[in-house]
Ligand binder design. Sequence first.
Ligand code: NAD
Length: 482
Amino acid sequence: MTPRVLTSVLAGEPIDGDEERPDVNPSDLSDVVAVSSIAGPAVARAAVTAAADALPSWSRSTPWQRAEVLDRAGTEIFARADELGDLLAREEGKTYPEARAEVVRAGQILKYFSGVALQPHGQALDSVRPGIEVTVTREPVGVVSVITPWNFPIAIPAWKIAPALAFGNTVVFKPADLVPASAWELVDILIRAGLPAGALNLVLGRGSQVGPVLTGDPAVDAVTFTGSVATGQGILTAGAGSGTKVQLELGGKNPLVVTGKADLRVAVECAMQGGFGSTGQRCTASSILVVTDDVHDAFVAAMTERMTHWRVGDARAEGTDMGPVVDAGQYAQDRRYLDVARAEGADIIGGDEVDAGASGHYLSPALALGTSMADTINREEVFGPVMSVVRVADYDGALEAANAGTMNLSAGIVTTSLAEAAHFRRNSRAGMVMVNLPTAGVDFHVPFGGRGESSHGPREQGTAAVDFFTTSKTSYTAPGSP
Ligand code: NAD
């Protein structure tokens, strides 16, 4: 069957790009999921104009109109979860259960922000001066550029687009090149749910070409970006010159501490799910296992045993524990970091090419043993099914190692000691802390984000979303004013 061609969508209308790019299934490289028509800067500029034109009307729409659109879109996503989950697994390579759960998450996010649209967000209060009334209102920021990575093709776009629309902003959305089909479906669903033309526009284009327009055009009021530290820092620099509001969610280098007081079974499951779930391609993935000396050998033995039963294969095949790496570039990066770790003295378990019966980027889960926090593998983000083990003397050494990095997104501890758990929660420098849970796996109704190089600007999701997607206005009215 000829793959369908996906185009950018401006003011509700499809618009062709200049070249075509195949959207390839990483489980089977002969399977072309779709073809993207890749647009250039002119289409990006037109998309910003479409969003700016739609802003006066959408920003004055009623909360009920906005709530209804998001609610209807969420309902459609739930109804099509099997089909959209299959598409996501096929184009990104996470397993079907993981992909379907991500689709359901996107539906939940839309429903949640449907409710948020109807909530009060302002304040009316007395002035400190007699008779004067003060109101603090929340207004839309304006035109928002939404730029997303490939590893959560529908959930990350949903958690940026839904609050943007709920608070009356208009959007230009640029998904990652590797996952255009899930992005296109989300936009199509939202538009058919009743968005007016131009409130949400889709640009399928390369970041290096359309990115400068979406982050630098004077008509763009805010940029919300999730992706790598390097790209994010470039956007921040560009935004600083123009005064554009910028929110960045970037890399993560997430430690999971295992102490001698841990339940070993819980520790192994937290590490396996946190490190190898979604093929380790999560910003919140556990990448450093910080293990105290007293439990180190038993933990490594239990992990090694568990890893031999971790089935790597086609993302959509029944019984697959871990799908392929997303593409050849990421695969090469994962292998390169394992080579560097080996050269720096680590012993590597796993990390081998897997023959899963079809052409695909299959890599077995890998553990680098005998590493220190100074090693390259513990300082840089690998973004694959690769974890390293750092052996420390005791809990104090574990906390010190866990806090030693610069991309402090999520950190976890596995312990049955209330004292260790409480101390770690208070003293971890990460933006999110997990106790006896994997470092990955978060809720949508609470703030999400990291510290250090990992995040910039207001937190995303939940109650925090209002901070980025609105701007606050304080008004004073004199006594006796009409
Ligand atoms: P990336 O930085 O390569 O790309 C992210 C997006 O930016 C893509 O849509 C890309 O096309 C676009 N882009 C590229 N150059 C651009 C430019 N000059 N201007 C504007 N946009 C540009 O990241 P990726 O490889 O797609 O994703 C993996 C990264 O994302 C990892 O570092 C991961 O940790 C991070 N991530 C972070 C979070 C979080 O919430 N902290 C969540 C998921 C992924």
